[in-house]
Write a protein that binds this ligand. Structure first.
Ligand code: NG1
Ligand code: ZN
Length: 540
């Protein structure tokens, strides 16, 4: 009863606004920041419930709206393994956030605690962080108010301002009783990564300079901390680091801008840094869990994008080659597989398949990619937009650690595979870690950007955002490659596709915005554009 009184007191300070319906979607809660304080208070309650339910295992809470505009914000929960919140709890989050009154909040909380068999006497442990958004401090206050109703039984670890993937790392490392994953703090993260990177680069450094667009977000802080630990082997030039300039976050820069516009951020264009042949740059998004690379064509000067698909293909091919070199016996022969979504460029899928690398296609959303990747010995997953990572199965690590190599070459390959498993964030996509992954592979291959790019040519493509009266009438199936409802629409889309050489198009409701997305690709830019227009007309 004491607890319920204390919840009521807090809830009264954070009444739910009327006429707003919150949903815990693929990216947690995400909307205009001014609407969010009551949601944060309630997420505080839920995070504690989840931790108590798991006998005090550490739960993570990240306050960010990633690549969205600065006035937006959001919040998501991280499970003890460092992965996204268990999907069955997403509904509980939605239920708590929508309780219209303090009374209904109390009753929903009580029902949840009973149904989920939460022993409220258990301890709870929470680690939390935020990105650089100006709305962050207020939202953290609301979150902490939620924790505070439970009094002393909750132990808190505030990481302050840091990236989403670092928060995931700290959650995973905190829960790892063996201590092998790494020291559970930001310093531990930097040390783990720089050690693995140095092993991989060996005497190949110093590498060519790399320009990094930090989207004027938290990636700027993380990058400067990290390079201080790393030293000279990778000369990094941070750009767009104005984390305290109002309105700068994700504005005309960052991974989402580059991928959507298929163009350089104007700031980089103007700086002229890419004019020197084969100079590469990359862009993080607002919470540094996505990355895309790019460069300028040496003779034509055109913009060349190296997106999530290009990263996945290069990394999968390289790890596949290392596995062959490692000469693990037949029984332990590890299979490298790739997980993509329908947004993967058709050329990338074709390239992988023609080289006997298995490809799985799953619906949008990191949790789907992550789970599918866990089914491979070494599972590479990337969304075309640059969110992705590589998962090494436990049995794969065991096989590598217990192998008895017959040649220096195999011994080297095994050492490198193990170093990659340390370098790559095993919890979630991570711009900083993926940046180093790409740099390490390029260094080993002896490649610059253009050699990396040469593998396959992207099909021209268009992504269109269509506002519709009700996006819920659109139901996608078959890993979102087809529409089941509205009835009959899929047939019309397929008729449109047939009119274009190598035409492919699909429609799905967005999980993060109030719109449906139309994707189209075809042999030429004009054809891709026309197909996108034709399908958009069908949807409207
Ligand atoms: P939605 O809004 O469901 O399309 C977007 C991205 C996803 C993923 C999520 C989570 C595209 C087309 N969609 O999802 O890939 O990153 O946001 O942030 O890029
Ligand atoms: Zn992000």
């Amino acid at each position: 009863a004491l607890l319920l009184n204390s919840i009521a007191e807090g809830a009264n300070e954070y009444p739910k606004p009327e006429h707003v319906n919150f949903t815990y979607g693929t990216a947690g809660f995400r909307t205009l920041a001014t609407k969010l304080p009551p949601v944060l208070f309630r997420v505080g309650l839920l995070a504690v419930l989840r931790s108590k339910r798991l006998e005090g295992a550490t739960i993570g809470v990240m306050v960010t709206a990633s690549h969205n505009p600065e006035p937006d914000n959001g919040v998501k929960l991280v499970d003890p393994s460092g992965e996204m919140l268990d999907p069955t709890w997403e509904a509980h989050a939605t239920a708590l956030s929508n309780c219209p009154t303090t009374e209904s909040l109390i009753s929903t909380f009580t029902t949840l605690a009973t149904h989920l068999r939460v022993d409220l006497h258990q301890p709870a442990n929470i680690v939390y962080a935020r990105d650089t958004r100006p709305s962050g401090p207020d939202l953290i206050k609301a979150l902490e108010r939620g924790f505070s109703v439970f009094g002393e039984s909750v132990k808190l670890n505030d990481l302050g301002i840091t990236t989403t993937p670092i928060l995931h790392y700290v959650v995973k490392a905190t829960n790892d009783r063996t201590g092998e994953y790494g020291t559970p703090n930001i310093k531990g993260y930097n040390e783990k990564m720089s050690k693995a990177f140095k092993t991989l680069i060996g005497n190949r450094g110093p590498l060519a300079p790399l320009y990094v667009d930090c989207a004027n977000g938290v990636g700027a802080n993380a990058l400067s901390d990290f390079t201080a630990t790393l030293g000279e082997i990778l000369p990094v030039h941070p750009l767009n680091t104005a984390t305290t300039t109002q309105g700068a976050l994700n504005h005309q820069c960052g991974a989402d801008f580059v991928k959507t516009k298929q163009a350089l951020p104007p700031s980089i264009q103007q700086s002229g840094v890419l004019a020197k042949p084969n100079t590469r740059a990359c862009s993080f998004d607002g919470d540094a869990d996505r990355i895309v690379f790019y460069y300028q064509h040496e003779t034509k000067g055109t913009f060349r994008l190296l997106d999530g698909d290009k990263i996945a293909v290069m990394v999968a091919m390289f790890l596949g080659d290392l596995v062959v070199k490692a000469k693990l016996d037949e029984e332990h022969k590890l299979q490298v597989g790739v997980v993509q979504t329908a947004y993967a460029n058709g050329s990338s899928t074709k390239y992988l398949t023609s080289r006997n690398i298995p490809v799985t296609c799953v619906p949008t959303g990191v949790k789907h990619l992550h789970h599918a990747a866990q089914r491979y010995d070494i599972g590479v997953y990337f969304e075309a937009n640059g969110h992705g990572t590589v998962l090494f199965a436990d049995h794969a690590i065991k096989a590598l650690k217990s192998a008895s190599p017959q040649s220096p070459d195999s011994a080297n390959a095994i050492k490198n595979l193990l170093a990659f498993s340390e370098l790559i964030n095993q919890a979630v996509g991570d711009a900083l870690s993926d940046m180093l992954l790409v740099e390490a592979v390029l260094a080993h291959r002896g490649w610059g950007a253009s050699e990396w790019d040469a593998g396959y040519e992207d099909l021209p493509n268009r992504l269109v955002k269509v506002e519709v009266p009700d996006r819920n009438i659109f139901v996608a199936v078959d890993a979102e490659r087809k529409l089941q409802y509205p009835l009959g629409l899929q047939d019309k889309i397929e008729d449109a596709m047939k009119k274009y050489d190598m035409g492919r198009s699909f429609v799905r409701p967005s999980g993060t915005e109030d719109c449906v997305r139309v994707y189209a690709e075809a042999k030429t830019t004009t054809e891709a554009e026309n197909l996108a227009i034709a399908v958009t007309d069908l949807v409207k």
